[in-house]
Design a protein around this ligand. Sequence first.
Ligand SMILES: C[S@@+](CC[C@H](N)C(=O)[O-])C[C@H]1O[C@@H](n2cnc3c(N)ncnc32)[C@H](O)[C@@H]1O
Length: 367
Amino acid sequence: MEYIFILGRNPELSILELQSFFGNFVYARNKNAILAELPVLKKGIISRFGGVIAIGEVLADEVNLNKKIGGLSLYYTSKNKLNYVIWDFTNKIEFFDNVKERLKAKFKEERLKATEKKIANFMKLQSGEEIRTLSSHKLVEEQYFVFENKFGRIIETCDYEELERIDMEKPVRRESLSISPRLAKIMINLSKVSSGEVLVDPFCGIGVILQEALRLGINVVGIDKDPKAIEGIKANLKWGKFSEENYRVINGNSTIVKIKKSKAMVTEPHLGEILKSLPDKEKSALMLKEYEDLMIKVLRNFTENIFGRFVFTAPFIKTATRAGIKRIGCNSNRIINNTGLRLAEGFPIQEFRENQIVGREIFVLEH
Ligand SMILES: C[S@@+](CC[C@H](N)C(=O)[O-])C[C@H]1O[C@@H](n2cnc3c(N)ncnc32)[C@H](O)[C@@H]1O
């Protein structure tokens, strides 16, 4: 089957997430969407991903649209009213206009009061490009798309409101220190850990990564040196009604704690102090060295017992240098040379917002 994936604000990262999940696949890209041929997708699969806004199925192409459209079933509504949008991922204006006209004609023929709504919101991609997007999928009953010379229907959408609601209801939250559940999910997918296998988070805090992994059926081990964080995570896991058989939390120092054989490490360590103004090169270098020193010790402690991927965030610091403002990240070679691990293809990958002083680089290391 041919599918499109409409991706979030960092499409490059979302593509790596999808490729880690499905295995490397060939795709075509237009703005923040990709088109790929994949085996039939399971219903509800969108909830597995952190970086996918919607998934669509290709139903026709430029050559056979006119012939096929009459026979396509394009909506579920039993009412006689329908609001819809058409996502535009094509440079073929004539084809896009043809899709518009054909849809209108089909709905008219089927005596449906259908109204095309504009996709009026804007999302700024990490690259700075502004992209049209929907503020909520609930605004319309149906969504269609044109991707280059293909036409199709959106079959799954990400329920942001539900994700946010679950996150806000957790008994213990630490906004300034925690990563978002969406980024946690992306990193879990990058680790290629499967349900029933064990994921280790050596800087687990109050456990955003652990909870997302448990929801996907993955067993987890969390370690944190702060007893308060351990109390917080226990409260959160209890509230999440996860079975105690599937998790273990350890109050200890990850540079020395011993663990059993596990599949993967996924973690967000402390990325350094919160900065109010741009640091100079020396300050950034110091923060990065401190980070690398700790991470190297933790990786060396776990290399023997983790046989899959090591996925972690590292500071990516907006720095005032003599040559102007630039973002500086860790020394990958130093980490590699001191751990005997190697970088997976495509990493590290940047993940930051324009106004963030300390953004992230996501590393994926392998044996
Ligand atoms: C940025 S926070 C992790 C946030 C976490 N992802 C969450 O969702 O809450 C980093 C955590 O690492 C812990 N930490 C720092 N050094 C550590 C070490 N050597 N061993 C274990 N935990 C450590 C801190 O106590 C802190 O809770």
